[in-house]
Design a protein around this ligand. Sequence first.
Ligand SMILES: Cc1cc2nc3c(=O)[nH]c(=O)nc-3n(C[C@H](O)[C@H](O)[C@H](O)COP(=O)(O)OP(=O)(O)OC[C@H]3O[C@@H](n4cnc5c(N)ncnc54)[C@H](O)[C@@H]3O)c2cc1C
Length: 647
Amino acid sequence: MPTDAAPNASFDVSDEQLREILAQAEIPPLLPALAYLTGDLSLLREELRPDPLMFGMPQGGLSEEQQAAARALALETLIRFRDGGCRPAPTPRDEDVLRMVEFAVGGSEMAPYLPLLEEELAHGHEDRRAPGWSKSQIAPDTDFRVLIIGAGMSGLLAAHRLRQAGVDFLIVEKNRDVGGTWLENTYPGCRVDNPNHNYSYSFAQRHDWPFHFSTQDVLLDYFRDCAKQFGVGDAIRFGTEVRSATWQEDEQRWSVEVTGPGGERETLFANALISAVGQLNRPLFPDIPGRDDFQGPSFHSARWDHGTPLRGKRVAVIGTGASAMQLIPEIAPLVGELLVFQRTPAWMGPTPDYHDPVPDGLQWLFANVPSYSEWNRFCTFWRMGDGALEAVRVDESWESDGSSVSPANAMLRLLLTEYIRAEFADRPDLLEVVMPEYPPGAKRLIRDNGVWAATLKRENVRLVTTPIERISAAGIVTADGTEHAADVLIYGTGFQASHFLTPMKVTGRGGLDLHEQWKGDARAYLGITIPGFPNLFCLYGPNTNIVVNGSIIYFSECGVRYILGCIQQLLRSGQRALDVKRDVHDRFNRDVDAQNRRMAWGASDVNSWYKNELGRVAQNWPFTLLDYWQRTLEPDPADYEFSGGEA
Ligand SMILES: Cc1cc2nc3c(=O)[nH]c(=O)nc-3n(C[C@H](O)[C@H](O)[C@H](O)COP(=O)(O)OP(=O)(O)OC[C@H]3O[C@@H](n4cnc5c(N)ncnc54)[C@H](O)[C@@H]3O)c2cc1C
C-alpha cells in the first residue's frame, strides 16, 4: 500500500543502534538530509561531496574513508537531534536548500531545478501536481467525457487526475487487471531497474519498499493499491480492447470501436481520447526464417508460459537485452542446458544491491529521519536522470574511433570496461565476446550484481554469438551450419516499441489515417499531441522514453498535467476541440531529431530499440528532465487551433 504518512520525528534508539543503522545508510542523501533537518550547513563538507563523474557508481563513488567520515558525522548529528527532543529546524531558506542540493549532486548549477524538486520531492507529502481546478467551477454545464485507453501506470494516473478535476472519464483495458507492464511481464527475475524510491508516483511515495529494485509482483501490488486508493476501479472496463477511433468533425468528438470480453463490438463516444497504451506492450518476434517450424514449446518473455516445465530441459534463449539478462540467471540453475544467443552485448552498470532487500537500518532511516527518504529520491532522480546526461552527450570536438562520444563518455567506458574485465578475468574466451564495442549509452545499460558473469560461466550454459540463420524443428541453426538442439525456445527479443498506437486504426480530421500520416515514423508534439487529430493525447508517446535512465512515471506525470491543462483550456474557452499547429509540431520534432543525433544513442549506428525502421530515434527524449517539466507545465494556447465553440 503506498504510504504517505510523514516519518515519525521522535526516536528511541541507543547510540550503538544508531551506529549500526548508519552502517546501512545510502550516503549521498545523508548529509544533505541532516543539514535540511537540523539547519546545520557545516555538515556539507567539501571533502565528503560526491564526485559528479562517479555519481552513477555505488555510494556516489565515495571512497570507504569518505563514507566512514560521513557516517561518523551523521552519527554525532543524529545523537544531538535525538537528545534535543527530535525537533526539526524551521524550513530552510531557498539559498540554503540550493546549497544542499548542489552538495548532493556533486556541484552542478542547480538553481533552475528548485521548483521542479519541490514537486518531485513532495516534502510534507503535498501533491503539488494535482490539477488545482475543477470542472464544476469552470464549466459546470458542459458535457465533457474522456476515454482513456489502458489501465497501466499512465492510464491510472490520468484517471486519478481527471477524477481530482471532476471530469467524467472511462478507462478501457484489454487485460483483466490493471498494471500493464507489471501485470504482463511475469518472467522469472522480472524487476524494475530504476530504484523504487524513484520509480513510484511523486504523490504516492512509500518509505517501505522491500527491495531497492522491486520485483514484478511488488510493483503490480503497488499499482493495484494505487488504483484502489485513487478510487478509479469502478470506471475501468476490463477485457475491452479499442480497435479503432474516428474523429467526428460534426460532433467534435471521438467515436471509438471496442471489442468486449465476449467479443461483442460496441461504439463509445468521448470528447477527448487519451492513449495510455505503452511503448512496451506488444511483444516483438525476430524476423528469423522457420519460426513456426520449431516443434517444442516457445514463448516470448512478456508472455511467459508458466505451464511449460523447464527443469532439466535444453532451453534456448534468443536475445540478451534487459528482460533476457534478468531471466537467464534465474532459469540457468533449473534447466539441463541453456543456450544463450547474443547479437550485441550490453554494457553493464555495477549495482551490488540489485537483488537485495532494503536493509533494516536503511528502512529505519526512511521511516524515522524526516526528509531522508525524499533526499534519497532526489539523489536517485538526479543520478538516473540529468546527472547522467553529460556522460552520453556527444562532444563534437572529441576524436574517437567510434567507441565513445566524449571525454566523459570515454571515462564511463573505462569504468564499465574495468568492471566487465574483472567479472570475466578468469574466462578470456567469454571476455572477448561480452565486451561491447559501441559507446556506453547507445543501447540500454543493464544493471548487474555479478550474476551475469556467474551465469555465463556455469557448466550448463553456453553463449552463442554466431548469427542465427534459421529456426528448425529441433532447435536453432547458426550461420556456421551448426544446429543447436533445444526443447524449449524463449524469445527475449523485446517489444514493437516504435509501432506506437498499433494495432489500432486511428482516423483524424478529413479521414486522415494516423499510421499513414506517420508512415512508420511516429511523431508528436511533446510526445502528446498530433496535428490533424484533435483532442487525442498520448502518454508515453513518441520521444518520451529515456536511456540513462530516469523513470517513465516522471514523464507520465508531466504529460498528464499538460493534458489536464489542455482540457482546462477547452472548458474555460467554451471551445470543443484543440489541434496542435503543424508548424509547432514540425519545429519541435526537428529540434528533437537534431538533439538526438547529439546523444550516444543517436550518434552510434549500433542496433537498438530506440530507433524505428527508418533509423530515426522515435523513442527517446534527448533533452533534460527539467526541460520536459518546463515545457509541459501548461499548454501555450498559441500552439493550438481551437474549434467548435460559439463564434
Ligand atoms: C520488463 C520491463 C521493465 C521495465 N523497467 C522499467 C524501469 O525500470 N523504469 C522505467 O521507468 N520503466 C520501465 N519499463 C517501462 C514501463 O513500460 C513503464 O515504466 C510503464 O509501466 C509504462 O506504463 P504505461 O501505462 O504507459 O504502459 P503499459 O504498462 O504498457 O500499459 C499499457 C496498457 O494499455 C493496455 N492497452 C494497450 N492497447 C490497448 C487497446 N487497444 N485497448 C485497450 N487497452 C490497451 C495494455 O493492456 C496495458 O494494460 C519497463 C518495461 C518492461 C517491459
